[in-house]
Design a protein around this ligand. Structure first.
Ligand code: PFF
Length: 447
């Protein structure tokens, strides 16, 4: 392969914000609360914490290390070490498309709701549930918004790493945090909010079964952007002197904190308004406007801010997914960035249209009993990401030479890091754990 000068992040902060930007997304604010709600609340959250910190963090270190070691994105990283493992990288590339087959649909909803917030959505709090159902099943309106959402992605990713992805994250990530805090303050002061805190923090461990474990594992991989080569790709743009374990820790901690923050914003409101916590994907879109509808003149403004925050979070994640797809064409096929971005996003657009329509006019068309939207969601978090995470763990510890990994992860021995502990976790414990969780998850799904 011809060695080209590879783009890199311009600063440590830039990299961390980009990686955190990828991790923090719809997975934290839209998905985490409803998945937690559907899996019993706090017991799920305890399991989630454990998995994110033990499994997630370790795999993230492995992905960054593999990316920086090979200086290649997902497919090339595997292929350059072992041709037989090319499939593992390719699986990641496919997963990027599967996730981007539904992610932009929800990204479009956030834009639409930002707009609707200030154009009369909140006038009638009682009809918010119906309004959401009507909107997402319509054949035209959501497609307009998802196209707009994808257009933002194309513009940013086409500009490249430092001038596109890094710059966008530096502006967007701090804005997100501020917006969430502002909305949290409102939610916590609602009468009846304490039920939500109980739901979040009083674990009932009898609720834990194989299904809950698998949901937590899938959610952790999804939320941390692991198991599909994204963090390998971001790691490949990382400079040699950066501290990989410390960066991975900061990213994991930020992602977990924002998921909790999102839970703390949503659940008090869910309980204050008597909404069912297991409402599913509509949870955030139904509950949040309800909170703000009761807020008088400032309601629309807060609602606008919230959905803008959600849009920002979604955008900094979806650009990383688009980057994984585009990087494959750039690194492996020698395409220029523009062409790679346009072709990838055109495929994603087509898949997202199918997803969006599957909630309405195409709802009768199902594969394995579900429509496209649910299929892409299910395939990504319950199958592809878990398998991908397992493959990364095995590859980094059983295929790549231990000494090379040791040198890369510790910057030739200069970074303090409990290498043996991490290595054995990734080599033995995590593969077994993923295996057990997947099997018990499948069994309990069939009970
Ligand atoms: N981590 C993102 C989220 O929580 O919304 C979703 C995601 C981005 C998953 C990038 C996987 C990925 F490679």
């Amino acid at each position: 392969m011809i060695e080209k000068a590879r783009e890199s992040w311009t600063s440590r902060l830039g990299f961390i914000l980009a990686a955190a930007g990828s991790a923090v997304g719809l997975g934290n604010i839209w998905r985490f609360p409803y998945v937690a709600g559907m899996n019993g609340g706090s017991a799920f959250i305890v399991v989630y914490f454990f998995i994110a910190l033990v499994v997630g963090l370790s795999i993230m270190v492995a992905e960054f290390t593999l990316g920086r070691y090979t200086k290649l994105s997902a497919v090339g990283a595997f292929k350059s070490i072992s041709k037989r493992w090319t499939f593992a990288g390719f699986l990641g590339f496919l997963t990027a498309f599967i996730i981007m087959g539904f992610y932009p649909v929800v990204g479009g909803w956030t834009l639409a709701y930002a707009f609707k917030s200030v154009t009369g959505l909140l006038r009638n709090a009682e009809t918010l549930r119906d309004a959401f159902g009507k909107f997402i099943t319509s054949p035209v309106e959501p497609i307009f918004w998802l196209a707009l959402f994808l257009a933002f992605n194309v513009i940013i990713v086409a500009r490249g790493i430092s001038k596109g992805i890094e710059l966008a994250n530096k502006i967007l990530m701090p804005s997100l945090l501020l917006l969430l805090l502002a909305i949290g303050l409102r939610s916590w002061t609602l009468p009846g909010a304490s039920g939500g805190l109980e739901f979040l923090f009083k674990p009932d461990f009898s609720k834990i079964n194989g299904n809950v474990l698998l949901a937590a594992l899938g959610q952790a991989f999804f939320s941390l952007s692991l198991g599909m080569g994204c963090m390998i790709t971001y790691g490949s743009y990382l400079k040699k002197e950066e501290n990989i374990p410390a960066s991975a820790f900061v990213v994991t901690a930020m992602d977990t904190l924002i998921a909790i923050l999102a839970g703390l914003v949503i659940f008090p409101a869910v309980f204050a308004f008597g909404v069912e916590p297991a409402t599913g994907p509509g949870l955030v879109f139904i509950v949040v406007p309800q909170v703000f509808a009761k807020l008088g003149v400032f309601g629309p403004l807060f609602s606008l801010l919230f959905f803008l925050a959600l849009f920002v979070a979604a955008l900094t994640s979806s650009i990383s997914l688009l980057e994984v797809a585009a990087a494959y064409f750039i690194d492996q096929k020698g395409w220029n960035r523009k062409k790679a971005v346009l072709v990838s996003s055109a495929i994603m657009f087509f898949m997202s249209i199918l997803s969006s329509l599957s909630l309405g006019v195409l709802s009768g068309f199902t594969i394995l009993g579900v429509g496209f939207f649910d299929l892409f969601d299910l395939l990504s978090d319950k199958v592809f990401l878990t398998v991908g995470g397992l493959l990364v763990a095995i590859f980094v510890t059983w295929v790549v030479k231990k000494e090379n990994i040791h040198m890369e992860v510790t910057n030739n021995g200069t970074v303090k890091f409990p290498f043996a502990l991490w290595y054995n976790l990734v080599k033995y414990v995590i593969p077994v754990l993923i295996g057990i969780i997947t099997v018990t998850g499948i069994i309990s799904a069939h009970q």
